[in-house]
Write a new protein. Sequence first.
Length: 210
Amino acid sequence: MTQPPLPGVLADVAPVLDHWGYPAVAGLVFLEDFGVPVPGETILIVAAVYAGAGRLNLILVAVIAFVAAVAGDNVGYAIGRFGGHRMVERYGRYVLLTPARVAKAEAFFARHGSKIVAVARFVEGLRQANGIIAGLAEMPWRRFLLFNALGAALWVGVWVTFGALAGSHLETLYPAIARYELYFLVALAVLVVLLVARHLHRRRKERAEG
């Protein structure tokens, strides 16, 4: 039986997954995890939805995403550890890592230590910079690898589970999602406006203090 199309932003990513399948999950999750601005988390969720709908193998999606996530963060760790601040300051802007963002992330990392490595994947911004910041802070690699793997397992487990459940009930969920999609988009637009206003306010405040 033909499955209904995926709603909203998931429909935009679906053609990539239709064409590339498992390599899309591996590549995008890997790239996102050392700072490249690609939709790694989104493609993981879509892949899990597809798996729940019977279009992909759920276990294979989970294993590929886990390995790619751990590998990507280790590339980030190597960049931070061996490239240092000079490399990040020179090339960081290409992966949305400005000096100010790196400094804030380092301060946060210093306060919370190893435990932040395990939960960083659930925080936008920290997910992409987690490995780089750990490398810059010269966190011991074995400790980083342990907590990084734990975080990857939790992150993949949560999204694969929810995605698979959604995929297995897609025929039931899709009409409800379609019905309330407009309200969701309005709420999202309001949130974006508030975040932009907050960012501009901070920039003005920083300039005034400077």
